[in-house]
Design a protein around this ligand. Structure first.
Ligand SMILES: [Fe+2]
Length: 398
C-alpha cells in the first residue's frame, strides 16, 4: 500500500480571491517581519477585511525557525482560538504554521509528538484548516509533510526534522503577485531548491509513478521559466509558471522523498548559515553524478537516461551513459545561464573552514533521516569527498 497526499491547489493571478470560498471567521496569520515590511501582510489583511473576516497576526518566525518560534505562535493561537490558520511566507513560515496546526489541535503535544507513526495526526483539522500562501517559488513546504525546526544542542543550532502526512496544508494558494517581488538571488536559491527536490524525487527509494510524473514536469518548467524570470519581476506569466513549478516539485517530493543532497545541504547550512537553496543547488549536480557512478547498479542511470530523453536533452538513440550524464551537463548549463554558483568556493567559505568542520558535517548528515532514502549508500569518507569535490568544482569520479 502507498498513498498520494497533496493539498488542494489554487493558482494563477488573483488566486487570493479564492479565500472567499474557504469557511472560517477568525483567521490566525503566521508570517514574519519581512512579509510585513514588503506590504504582503497588508495585501492579505485587506482581502480578509473585504470578506468580513477577523484576524490576528504572528510575525515572529525567524529564518531557519527556532523551537521557541513555534511555542510562542502556539500560545498566541491557543489564546485567540481561530477557525482558520493562514501561513504567508516562505518555507520557515509554513513549517511553523504546520507545527502550530498540530499543537493547536493537540495542546498537550510537544514537537517530539510530530512523527510519522502517530496515527492521531491523520485527524488534524478538528479546530481549523491550514491555508498556505507561499511567497517564494521553491520550498514546496505547502505540500511536504516534514517540518524543519532548529534547536540548540551542544552549542550548535541543529536542524531537526519532524514529519507526518497530516501536516500537509489543506489549501495552497499560488498567487504570482507574491513571488514577483523576490530579488534575483532569492529567486535563484529557491528555484534551485525546487530543482533539487525534483532530481532527488526522481531517484530515491520512495519514488512512485505519481511523483515521477510531477517531478518531470517541474524540471521542464524550471528550466524553461527560471532564465526568463530570475533578474526581472515584470514577467508575470513566467512568475506564475515558476511558482506552479515549485509546488509541483513540492507535491512530488512530499509524496516520495529527497535524500543525500538535502542531508549534506542541511549539514552545510547548519555550519555555514548559507541559504538552503544555495547549498542544495550547488550539490545537485555532484549528487546526480555520485548516483550515476554507482558500481553496483545501473538503476539510477536508467532512470536519469529515460528522464533526459523525455525532456529532449538526449536523443533516444543515444547510449544510456550519454543520456544519463547529459543531466549533469544540463544542470551546469542552467547554473551558467543564470549566474548560480557551481561550487562552494564561490560562496566565500574558506577551504580551511570547510576542512575544520568536515567531521561535524558528516555526523550531522548521518543524523538527517533523508539520507536513508538514497538509492546508493554512502559512507563518511564519501561524504567528505563530495564536500571537497563540490568545493573545488571537480567532477565526481568515485
Ligand atoms: Fe529543499
Amino acid at each position: 500500500m502507498w498513498y498520494f497526499w497533496p493539498s488542494k491547489v489554487i493558482y494563477g493571478e488573483n488566486a487570493l480571491d479564492f479565500l472567499e470560498n474557504i469557511a472560517g471567521k477568525k483567521c490566525f496569520i503566521v508570517t514574519d517581519d519581512v512579509m510585513k515590511d514588503l506590504g504582503y501582510v497588508d495585501i492579505l489583511t485587506k482581502k480578509l477585511k473585504s470578506l468580513g473576516r477577523e484576524y490576528e497576526i504572528y510575525t515572529g518566525v525567524h529564518p531557519d525557525p527556532h523551537e521557541e518560534d513555534v511555542l510562542e505562535a502556539r500560545e498566541q493561537c491557543l489564546s485567540y482560538q481561530p477557525d482558520l490558520i493562514i501561513a504567508l511566507g516562505g518555507g520557515s513560515v509554513m513549517d511553523v504554521a504546520k507545527a502550530v496546526l498540530a499543537l493547536y489541535d493537540y495542546p498537550e503535544y510537544t514537537l517530539d509528538d510530530l512523527y510519522p507513526m502517530n496515527s492521531e495526526l491523520y485527524n488534524l483539522g478538528k479546530k481549523t484548516q491550514l491555508i498556505s500562501i507561499p511567497t517564494t517559488s521553491g520550498t514546496g513546504a505547502d505540500n511536504t509533510f516534514a517540518i524543519i525546526i532548529s534547536k540548540k544542542e551542544e552549542g550548535i543550532w541543529k536542524k531537526l526534522i519532524h514529519a507526518h502526512k497530516g501536516l500537509v496544508s489543506s489549501y495552497t494558494i499560488l498567487d504570482p503577485i507574491f513571488p514577483a517581488g523576490m530579488p534575483p538571488r532569492l529567486t535563484l536559491n529557491t528555484a534551485f531548491d525546487a530543482l533539487a527536490h525534483s532530481f532527488e524525487n526522481f531517484a530515491n527509494t520512495w519514488r512512485n509513478e505519481f511523483s515521477n510524473a510531477l517531478g518531470l514536469k517541474a524540471i521542464e518548467l524550471i528550466f524553461e521559466y527560471l532564465p526568463k524570470v530570475y533578474n526581472k519581476n515584470d514577467n508575470m506569466e513566467a512568475r506564475d509558471m515558476l511558482h506552479q513549478a515549485a509546488t509541483i516539485a513540492g507535491i512530488a517530493m512530499g509524496n516520495s522523498s529527497v535524500h543525500i543532497g538535502h542531508s549534506l545541504a542541511h549539514s552545510w547550512g547548519s555550519i555555514f548559515k548559507c541559504a538552503h537553496g544555495e547549498a542544495v543547488g550547488i550539490l545537485t549536480s555532484y549528487i546526480v553524478q555520485y548516483l550515476l557512478n554507482n558500481p553496483e547498479s545501473d538503476e539510477v542511470k536508467n532512470i536519469y537516461a529515460k528522464m533526459a530523453r523525455q525532456l529532449g536533452w538526449s536523443e533516444w538513440a543515444d547510449s544510456i551513459d550519454d543520456a544519463a550524464y547529459s543531466v549533469v551537463r544540463k544542470i551546469k548549463e542552467l547554473q551558467d545561464k543564470v549566474d548560480f554558483p557551481k561550487n562552494f568556493a564561490e560562496t566565500g567559505v574558506s577551504k580551511e573552514d570547510m576542512e575544520t568542520n568536515l567531521d561535524m558535517m558528516v555526523e550531522l548528515s548521518f543524523q538527517d533521516p533523508t539520507i536513508t532514502m538514497a538509492p546508493r549508500s554512502i559512507n563518511a569518507e564519501q561524504i567528505k569527498k563530495i564536500y571537497r569535490y563540490a568545493f573545488e568544482g571537480k567532477d565526481i569520479d568515485f
